[in-house]
Ligand binder design. Structure first.
Ligand code: G1P
Length: 306
């Protein structure tokens, strides 16, 4: 499809990752450690998210942090002491692992101060982002790198302008955990037009069973709308409410499209899903997988006989 001149903009290069949450679902592990640092196999969850941004071509990453989030900054920074010790030992492979996270992207940090919701966190990115479209990645959602979503969303944004959200069909009994979207089909099978959005509706009030998952490509017009968005669900400034306004106003800063995702997604914000993510990813690892899978098979067999 021919891209109209009004949509021709500089390529999206900035990613924003809200990471100011308290992580109460993982207490006591998160009493003194940010939930984003919890390992998924042997890598902190947040590193998967930064790697995803980088593989979609976004090498400028802004993290929205808060109190007690210093380990995030340390993780993406050099650790000379450790690097020196590993160099001294000649342990090249571990040295590479240590350096991997500090060489990934250009990292920036801003503190949210008052945690007033996801919409407020995104608003904290305004001075850094300026007037270009940008991506938002929520740390609780891990998207399997074999099923790229963000690069498709960027493509759709470049084609249509406006903002793009990610959707996944969920069981209606689960929709109250997500933003829910009213949609219209487009000529692209995986792309829909958003006509309405409701944050965490009861099943009976949900416009559909299409749930918003934690990836967004946003037009900078979102900042103006967020500035005026009143606290919504849970008394928080909701990104969903601001996107709803853009979707419904449909002016030059709209439209809002959705990319329907059918790939593998792990919700590391939920303890059960977090465990499932670790098991799946460990099974697929070349170094750990063969051993772990055979143990798992035996364990499941024993469980079935018990
Ligand atoms: C946020 C959004 C919600 C979205 C969800 C995806 O909610 O507000 O619309 O469906 O992320 O993970 P949270 O889970 O942070 O409460």
């Amino acid at each position: 499809m021919v891209q109209s001149m009004t949509h021709a903009r500089t390529r999206i290069s900035k990613a924003v990752i809200p990471a100011a949450g308290l992580g109460t679902r993982f207490l006591p592990a998160t009493k003194a450690t940010p939930k984003e640092m919890l390992p998924v196999v042997d890598k902190p969850a947040i590193q998967y998210v930064v790697e995803e941004a980088v593989s979609a071509g976004l090498s400028d990453v802004l993290m929205i942090t808060g109190r007690n989030k210093r380990p995030l900054e340390d993780h993406f920074d050099r650790n000379y002491e450790l690097e020196q010790a590993l160099t001294h030992k000649g342990d090249e492979s571990r040295l590479a692992k240590v350096q991997e996270s500090s060489d990934l992207a250009t990292m920036h940090y801003v503190r949210q101060g008052d945690p007033r919701g996801l919409g407020h966190a995104v608003l904290c990115a305004e001075p850094h982002v300026g007037d270009q479209p940008f991506a938002v990645l929520l740390g609780d959602d891990l998207i399997d790198p074999r099923d790229p979503l963000l690069s498709r969303m960027i493509e759709v944004q470049e084609e249509h302008g406006g903002s793009v959200i990610a959707l996944m069909e969920v069981d209606p009994s689960q929709i109250h955990l997500y933003g829910s979207a009213a949609i219209l089909p487009t000529t692209d099978q995986d792309v829909v037009r958003i006509t309405d959005l409701v944050e965490k509706p009861a099943a009976a009030e949900a416009p559909s069973s299409y749930a918003v998952i934690g990836r967004y490509v946003l037009d900078p017009a979102i900042f103006g709308v967020l500035n005026k968005t009143k606290p919504g669900r849970g008394g928080e400034i909701q990104l969903t409410d601001a996107l709803r306004e853009l979707a419904q106003e449909g002016g030059p800063d709209g439209p809002v499209h959705g990319v329907v995702f059918h790939g593998r997604r792990y919700d590391t914000g939920d303890r059960g899903d977090y465990l499932r993510a670790i098991v799946r990813l460990a099974c697929e690892r070349d170094d750990l997988g063969p051993d772990f899978r055979s143990w798992l098979r035996q364990y499941v067999n024993e469980e079935m006989q018990a």
